[in-house]
Design a protein around this ligand. Structure first.
Ligand SMILES: Nc1ncnc2c1ncn2[C@@H]1O[C@H](COP(=O)(O)OP(=O)(O)O)[C@@H](O)[C@H]1O
Ligand SMILES: [Mg+2]
Length: 430
């Protein structure tokens, strides 16, 4: 019951307050004799008894079953359901009505005595027993409640700790990864810039020198000294001259590729950008694909890109990259050698949202763990491979974008992660 526990009877000076609801004046005299050491109050009808119980606290109710108008069963029922009192109740029945009394246990009577018992010590022991059992029950319930709330507190504290730890591990990792990547990108950028520059100058000069060489050959013709002829032959001059242009062109392409990788790294490393910015929603996933291209190549994974989103997406760009990276890495780890990963994006014009789908043909996620994959530290991978933080972080990132992350999976067939992000929020500039 819901009421606060009163002090135990021993603490009220040892005289338990007992309400006796019984319409017989004869019985009253008997009670007064057998329950001398109790603090007794009498009422002669169910109605009067209920009124008294509503106003005062008692340690026990002795309830006669045969009462005028309202029988003991109805009174008990009202004590529990109307007054909501969990005071212990002992039923007093006429001889031979034990079966009725038994049915009252279901309503929460603790014991019963018969009228014939009234003159015997049985009444006193039933009264004391009921009071004692009631207090023991209450003490037990209170202790259980206390224990449960302590346990809940501990569990909540543990959860908070785990999340704080996860957050720390994560932010530290990402911060250092971001710094590392940004640092490397910066270091590579300088030499790449002057190699590109030198290549441009070299192309121009080499072309001029090649023209000059051809000029000399034409001018000298048959007069070319044998030593020079021999040198030309060793060099295979015609071939070399024809090839120079091609070599320079492929070097330029190579440098261009290094440049775009460095740019990709720089984009990716914008990890801690505090502001939402409008970006090309396809570019967001492309820069991340760039980062994992090598891992895909190692496993000979086939990548199917269907990037059809339009317009701009307002977001924390670095965070999005990180989310895509986590999901892509899971997909790469899930598929077998030569597996397939599909990456798709499209705009849901009606909902003003961008929808991304990353699917793999890996083993799928077993039903038993589907409810836990977003929990921090939940991993099925060996130590050193899995941290169990990837999806938890991704969930957090999607939530920060007011978006949704879901997955569809079938054992043996693969998994698809679906991320839907609003293209802009009311707080973004118009
Ligand atoms: N594409 C996927 N295919 C199969 N299982 C996956 C996939 N993505 C996630 N999981 C399951 O979810 C778990 C949690 O993923 P994640 O939070 O990224 O942690 P981690 O990759 O470090 O284990 C993984 O250990 C794996 O069991
Ligand atoms: Mg992962």
């Amino acid at each position: 019951m819901t009421r606060a526990a009163r002090t135990a009877p021993e603490e009220t000076g040892g005289r338990p307050r007992v309400l006796i609801i019984d319409d017989s004046p004869l019985d009253r005299a008997v009670y007064e004799r057998t329950l001398r050491d109790f603090d007794l109050r009498f009422e002669t009808s169910g109605e009067a008894g209920l009124a008294r119980l509503a106003a005062e606290e008692f340690d026990l109710v002795l309830l006669d079953f045969q009462l005028p108008r309202m029988d003991g069963g109805e009174v008990l029922e009202q004590i529990r359901n109307e007054l909501k009192r969990d005071v212990p109740v002992v039923i007093v029945t006429g001889g031979g009505s034990e079966s009725v009394a038994a049915s009252l246990f279901r309503l929460g009577a603790l014991d019963y005595v018969t009228k014939d018992d009234l003159l015997t010590p049985r009444v006193r022991s039933a009264a004391l027993g009921a009071i004692e059992r009631h207090w023991l029950d209450r003490a037990r319930l209170a202790a259980e409640g206390e224990l449960r709330s302590r346990k809940d507190e501990l569990e909540a504290a543990l959860r908070r700790l785990q999340e704080a730890q996860a957050q720390l591990v994560h932010s530290e990792k990402m911060a250092s990864l971001g710094l590392l990547v940004a640092g490397i990108a910066h270091e590579i950028n300088n030499p790449v810039a002057y190699v590109a520059n030198n290549l441009a100058v070299l192309s121009r000069d080499v072309r001029a020198i090649a023209d000059l060489t051809r000029g000399y050959r034409d001018a000298l013709g048959a007069a070319t000294p044998p030593a020079l002829r021999e040198a030309e032959r060793r060099l295979d001059l015609d071939y070399t001259l024809a090839n120079l242009e091609r070599l320079l062109e492929s070097s330029r392409q190579g440098v261009g590729r290094v440049r775009s990788i460095v740019d990709g790294l720089r984009d990716f490393a914008r990890l801690d950008e505090a502001e939402r910015k409008p970006i090309d929603p396809n570019e967001a996933i492309r820069v991340t694909l760039e980062i994992v291209r090598y891992q895909m190549k190692l496993k000979d994974i086939r990548l199917v890109e269907t990037l059809n989103a339009r317009g701009v997406l307002w977001c924390f760009a670095g965070k999005l990259n990180q989310m895509f990276l986590n999901i892509l890495l899971n997909a790469i780890q899930a598929v077998g050698e030569g597996g397939t990963i599909e990456v798709a994006s499209h705009s849901d014009e009606a909902a003003h949202a961008v929808r991304y789908e990353i699917s793999d043909d890996g083993p799928g996620i077993p039903a038993a763990i589907r409810g836990r994959i977003f929990d921090p530290f939940f991993t099925t991978k060996p130590q050193g491979v899995g941290t169990g933080l990837g999806l938890w972080i991704s969930y957090d990132i999607v939530e920060r974008h007011a978006g949704e992350i879901e997955f569809e999976t079938a054992e043996g067939r693969g998994t698809k992660f679906i991320v839907t992000l609003p293209a802009r929020l009311p707080s973004d500039p118009a």
